[in-house]
Design a protein. Structure first.
Length: 599
């Protein structure tokens, strides 16, 4: 195939872009998927498609906010949550420290230090931009400037004359005017982060009009206090006290906060505190500490005036040195923004599985007349929150779900083909049937994932309390004890089978005893394997195949037979390739031989 940059899309030889005409565009597949499905047709890469969209894209290069004085930026919910860690901050900080090595050159701007490309799409509201790519840098620069603002606020009382006047001007007219935009009678952040991160991003910034440092801490505490209400029994729940400590809100501010009546409020009120929330707090702490270390140099900064000079220069360096290559999407094609988002991120820091799924949910439901994209994203966000927003944990659940509900050829096969379920069209080759081909089907699929994720967490937490029909207390306690013993054996092969059955019987009244019997069968098999010569990996497929047979029996309307402990025991054992080693005299001989009892 011709991979030149100028691939014709029409003419004597016709090339096609890898997206369904009239469908969801390029987000679904790579061109290779289409080549496999339609070998006689020629498909161009997604990059070539984006190159051909010159009529929809307009590029202009500006300095950081220099031509966007009143602009506000919005990070859409389909984007990844805040993810910068120590290495990212260290690279940025070393760039910022170049301010100490600059030499004077004529001109309005210091030597340019290209900060990378930020892609934005202009929204209908005046001076509002949707950030398509670059949100991590934009969020971090806001944090850096807030930390610089605080340092200026500390040093200004020790200044006088022109340096005091300039420092105050830079703090108020530059930094504060950027971070908080005046809109009518109120001030609003220039950067609206995703709804997931907003709960902890906004409290970290204090309104300068709050006055003293304690005033800012009180304002922060007020915002955090409104977040309480998370289920403390769930993993990754943090108490109000723990979050207050993390945010370093002084005890004196907490004691004077009249909405907190006693210590019980602090230790029994819970907040959802995800990985991205901690990373936001870490970012503030990193730049606060880095600024302290930088300025704590009596030889370089012997007076408050020297410190103020350094902070002003650093501010101007951030504003003028970093450049933005602004991409304006002149058309109304929202789908294009999502596609560009994935293309850009795949080319740079790869998107996680959960990020790609979120983008596809947006792509499906933003054009739906029956379902709200906000509601569907909320369902997906709740699923992700159950796993503390950790990508590997979300993917672990999804792989287990596939093992429980489909017929994968092992865990690797389930993982490698996981995104098939989230394709937007049923075109080209795929291992698992796509579930996002219609808004109604996508809605039902997300509801099912939501339900399964609850059951998965209950199994992990050894707390089988959910489902439409809760288990009898005695049965539940015995079942949880079995799960505890299985967990202590450090085995996981059984989870897909148990997940499917637990979800199934949770929707049917009176099946608690059946679930307990199944768990006893599973425990017996795992225990026998631990005593035998059968390798644990041999039974990896056992429970997936057993779940598949159970589903098939239900589809035959043979309901009574599947829901008996005896039938499930036979079904499971039949799917163990080396089952003869787990029963009768063979098992006894193995145990005797392994223990040396026959000598």
């Amino acid at each position: 195939m011709d991979n030149s940059s100028n691939v014709p899309l029409c003419g004597e030889e016709i090339f096609m872009y890898p997206g369904e005409p009239g469908g969801m565009g390029t987000l679904d597949y790579t061109e290779d998927d289409y080549r496999d499905g339609y070998p006689s047709l020629k498909f161009v890469s997604r990059k070539h498609l984006l190159d051909a969209l010159e009529d929809d894209l307009e590029t202009r290069d500006v300095d950081l906010f220099g031509e966007l004085e009143e602009a506000r930026f919005k990070i859409p919910d389909y984007q990844r949550h805040y993810s910068w860690d120590g290495d990212d901050h260290q690279r940025l900080w070393y760039k910022l420290l170049q301010i100490t090595q600059l030499e004077y050159t004529p001109g309005p701007n210091p030597p340019e230090n290209f900060f990378g490309t930020i892609y934005v799409g202009e929204l209908q509201e005046r001076k509002r931009y949707e950030v398509i790519d670059g949100q991590q840098r934009l969020t971090t620069i806001a944090i850096v400037l807030e930390c610089v603002r605080r340092k200026l606020e500390e040093v200004i009382p020790d200044l006088s004359g022109d340096i005091e006047e300039l420092s105050t001007h830079i703090k108020e007219a530059w930094i504060e005017n950027l971070l908080l935009r005046q809109r009518g009678m109120k001030k609003v952040p220039f950067l609206q982060v995703s709804s997931h991160d907003r709960d902890f991003f906004d409290p970290l910034f204090g309104d300068p009009e709050s006055g003293s440092s304690n005033g800012i801490h009180k304002e922060r505490l007020e915002k955090v206090y409104k977040l309480t209400g998370y289920d403390g029994r769930r993993k990754y729940a943090s108490t109000l006290e723990e979050v207050i400590d993390t945010l370093e809100i002084p005890d004196s501010v907490v004691e004077d906060f009249d909405k907190i009546s006693d210590d019980d409020d602090l230790t029994n009120s819970y907040i959802y505190f995800a990985e991205s929330h901690q990373l936001l707090v870490d970012a503030f702490q990193y730049y606060e500490e880095s600024l302290d270390d930088f300025l704590d140099n009596d030889d370089r900064f012997p007076t408050s005036e020297h410190v103020a000079h350094a902070l002003i220069n650093l501010t101007l360096f951030v504003f003028r040195s970093f450049r933005i290559s602004e991409i304006l999407f002149t058309g109304e094609n929202k789908e294009l923004r999502v596609n560009v988002f994935q293309e850009l991120n795949d080319a740079g820091k790869p998107l996680t599985t959960k990020d790609k799924i979120k983008a596809r949910i947006v792509s499906l439901f933003q054009q739906s007349g029956s379902y709200s994209v906000e509601d569907e994203l909320e369902t997906w966000s709740e699923i992700v929150e159950r796993f503390a927003d950790k990508s590997e944990r979300v993917e672990e659940f999804l792989v287990t779900y596939v093992q429980a509900t489909r017929n994968p050829d092992g865990a690797k096969h389930a993982r490698d083909n996981l995104l098939d379920l989230f394709r937007l069209t049923d075109v080209g080759g795929h291992e698992f049937t796509p579930q996002l081909t219609s808004d109604s089907g996508g809605h039902e699929f997300l509801q099912e994932l939501d339900r399964y994720s609850k059951r998965f967490v209950e199994i992990e937490d050894l707390s089988l309390t959910g489902g439409a029909h809760s288990l009898d207390d005695d049965i539940r306690k015995r079942s949880e004890e079995i799960l505890r013993r299985l967990t202590n054996l450090n085995t996981t092969q059984w989870i897909p089978f148990v997940l499917y059955l637990y979800d199934d019987v949770s929707s049917i009244p009176g099946k608690g005893e059946f679930l307990q019997n199944v768990l006893e069968t599973v425990e017996s098999l795992i225990f026998r394997v631990s005593l035998s010569e059968v390798r644990t990996t041999v039974i990896e497929s056992t429970f997936m195949e057993s779940a598949a047979e159970f589903r098939e029996a239900k589809e035959r309307d043979d309901i009574d037979e599947p829901y008996t402990a005896e039938s499930v025991s036979k079904l499971v054992l039949r799917n163990v390739e080396e089952n003869r080693k787990l029963t009768g005299e063979t098992l006894v001989d193995t145990i005797v031989r392994s223990r040396g009892w026959g000598e």
